[in-house]
Design a protein around this ligand. Sequence first.
Ligand SMILES: Cc1cc2nc3c(=O)[nH]c(=O)nc-3n(C[C@H](O)[C@H](O)[C@H](O)COP(=O)(O)O)c2cc1C
Length: 465
Amino acid sequence: MSKDLRYFLQTVKAAGKEYYVEVKKPLKPKFEKDVLQLKLDKSGSFPVIYCHKIEGSEIPLVSNFFGSYDLMGMALDMKPKANKEDIFHEFRRRMEKPIPEKTVPASKAPVKEVILRGKDVDLGLLPINHHNELNSTKYVTIGNTVCRNPNTGVINVGVYRHELKGKDKLGVWTAPANHGAYHARRYAELGKPMQIAIFIGHHPAAVLGALSAGPMDNNEFTVMGGLLGEPIEVTPTETADLFVPAYAEIVLEGVIDPKNMTTDGPFSEWPGYYGVPGKCYVMDVKCMTMRHDAIYHDLAPAQREHCISGVLGFTSRVYDAVKAVVPTVKDVYLPFSGRHDMIAYVSIAQRVPGEAKRAGLAAVNADACIRLAVVVDEDIDVFDEEQVIWAIATRCVADIDIDVITRLMGGTLNPTSYDESRQKRGPMNSKIVINATKPIELPFPTRVSPPKNLWKSMKLEDYIE
Ligand SMILES: Cc1cc2nc3c(=O)[nH]c(=O)nc-3n(C[C@H](O)[C@H](O)[C@H](O)COP(=O)(O)O)c2cc1C
């Protein structure tokens, strides 16, 4: 069996209630699923959520595939409760081993069981949700958009938001620096329409491949193969010169006119605020294909899964940037308090004075979104925020160890990037580097720790009932 959305559902179902819950009561497509998901989150529970019925559609919906690190580990075939460090390194191992895709005919592709063309196309068949009160309308939030680089013909896949604009019309919002946007601009220069196909619903490892940010001509199907640990099976689309995964749940094929842009939004974004309306393309949906019992994959925007789905890629970029200047980097963690990409905690084994600052500068420069880097010694567990804050409280002398780097490129969706300078020079942001390491050139008090042998040998249950 090819790994697909159903394979992952079986995995989380088998792992128990902590990882999979079902909602049998019908839900309204406005807000209700997202409120349930947030209530679960606030109660410390992050399961995959399977909703049998969203009013107005016959297609069930799943959400929260990326609700926790734990689920990300399971997407990479790890056992539940793997630690975050191991999950990160497993992700890196798989990213380094891309596996080419395998082409199969339409007759072997479950996603071709139902084919709707032309006037039969009706996006109203799908349980697309209106997620948050001030969002303009309903959005497809975790569609994987396939297109081709018009210069080289290489396939590109990215996740973009899609505002529902009509029975057969969807918005396509691509951040200007993403490859999808480069390709759209080139199609516009060539005066050609841009064919795209959005596939919805696959194994989360495949979606992580779509989210990966490698070089422009990295075919993301091969990245997906590496992350899945097997080739992804793809099949030709019906109306375009493209391929889509044969084991996807739903595919929307169509074209955009890259010379015409309109606006979408407001939309609830990952930093936890509504983003201002953006300039987007419009897709004319020419054909829908799906399984006869298709399952729709949704993602709750501005909730934990929106942020966590990209964290392994972001962490990897920071890790590589720091390692290039400080080879003794131990761990990197981007916590949810920084929505998994604005704050980086970095631990290093400092050998030379000044390394901490270099590591911090490399971290804030690794991605426009990173605003704050805290560098700690290797005895501090970066995955434990309490320890990081303790290191700041006890190892950082503010006037010496905190640097503010003014006006670097900022993340477009961070509200603090929207100052007057944005109008003139693009989104700008100031960055903070905190050195919370012990000064290795000076004497420093010894940390209080329990005797190592007793810490290992004494078991609570041997002493306390
Ligand atoms: C849940 C989620 C939603 C995203 N939505 C968008 C989006 O609407 N537009 C966009 O350009 N990037 C979005 N991204 C980021 C891109 O998917 C990501 O940068 C990807 O690598 C882009 O691929 P590309 O460079 O091949 O175009 C989103 C990421 C996540 C995790």
